[in-house]
Design a protein around this ligand. Structure first.
Ligand code: ADP
Ligand code: MG
Length: 305
């Protein structure tokens, strides 16, 4: 069996609000599975169900061959690692104390714990004192230690809920190298992020909107299939031209999104493309481009502009 997680018709309802609505997907062993969507899309809620921390209202969840049923929560919890979005470590405890605490929660015996601890500290290349108070660590190091606490018990699938939010770019890269190494060693990574450059590293991406799964594919396929019209990179000649383009964007474009000082644009369906581009030469240069993952996100998650 090459599926590590299977989710069928999952619903999570709070009162009469569907936080997760009829969601089905499966995750392959060893995959880096990206779970994307705006705030409130239902990502954390789904993860909490898959970790056995929140009961589903209805639907099936199977993790590593075990179907979720009341009473089996502890078996599930042993199979999964979870790095939560808000809480990761106790700030007023040392690194050592945080690691020990996680090991205790997982009922690890002390020799397995010591082995795993030194192996994983080496894995994240941590050479400093583990008797430091966690509250004094930088955001990036703290997240790496949190990753260690979530995989001490050697889970097959690891859920990382916005693990790099607010982390400095260089440290985000370092964290993603760890994710890739874990995946290469056979672990499955289920990860949420708001950074599209990070999402590019995922084997497949699921996109959530208002509790519903609206797309699931590789980054390459999502970029190929989301738009069926050519996209252009526009660069305005000067400030005046830029203002003209922005002011008239509704008339010319069916998509017009700022990218630094440039724009990604799709010519309106109502207009003749060649003629419009020709008219535009007065205001900007343009170059045909492939959509970015950001463009995919804009169209599918935020809706057409
Ligand atoms: N325990 C809860 N009770 C009521 N509503 C909740 C609860 N947990 C989450 N929600 C709501 O469910 C929706 C999805 O939340 P969440 O899964 O945290 O989204 P995401 O992680 O994608 O930002 C949000 O509107 C949130 O307010
Ligand atoms: Mg969340």
């Amino acid at each position: 069996m090459n599926k590590i997680a299977v989710v069928e018709n999952l619903n999570v309802i709070f009162g009469n609000f569907y936080a997760v609505k009829n969601v089905s997907f499966s995750v392959d062993k060893g995959e880096i599975f990206g779970f994307l969507g705006s705030n409130g899309a239902g990502k954390t809620t789904t993860i909490r169900v898959l970790c056995g921390l929140l009961p589903a209202t209805s639907g099936n969840v199977i993790i590593d061959g075990t179907k979720f049923t009341a009473g089996l929560e502890n078996i599930i919890k042993r199979k999964v690692g979870y790095m939560s979005q808000k809480f990761t470590l106790y700030d007023d405890l040392t690194i050592e104390e945080n690691l020990e605490f996680s090991a205790c929660l997982r009922d690890m015996d002390s020799s397995t714990y010591e082995d795993k601890k030194s192996q994983l500290l080496k894995f994240i290349d941590f050479k400093n004192d583990t008797n430091q108070i966690v509250g004094n660590l930088s955001g990036g190091i703290k997240q790496e230690i949190a990753l260690v606490t979530s995989i001490l018990h050697d889970p097959k699938i690891i859920f990382l809920d916005e693990p790099t939010a607010g982390v400095a770019p260089a440290m985000r890269d370092k964290f993603w190298n760890l994710i890739k190494k874990l995946s290469e060693s056979g672990k499955t990574i289920f990860v949420t992020t708001h950074y599209m450059d990070e999402a590019e590293n995922c084997h497949r991406i699921a996109l959530m909107r208002s509790g519903e799964l609206i797309a699931l594919d590789t980054p390459g396929n999502l970029k190929k299939t989301t738009y069926n019209k050519p996209m252009y990179l526009l660069t305005a000649h000067d400030a005046e031209s830029r203002k003209y383009l922005v002011d008239n964007s509704q008339d010319f474009f069916e998509m017009f999104a700022p990218y630094g000082l440039h724009y990604h644009a799709i010519i309106s369906e109502m207009l003749d493309e060649d003629q419009t581009l020709d008219n535009m030469k007065k205001y900007c240069t343009f170059q045909k481009i492939s959509p970015s993952l950001e463009d995919v996100f804009i169209k599918l998650v935020e809706g057409d502009r």
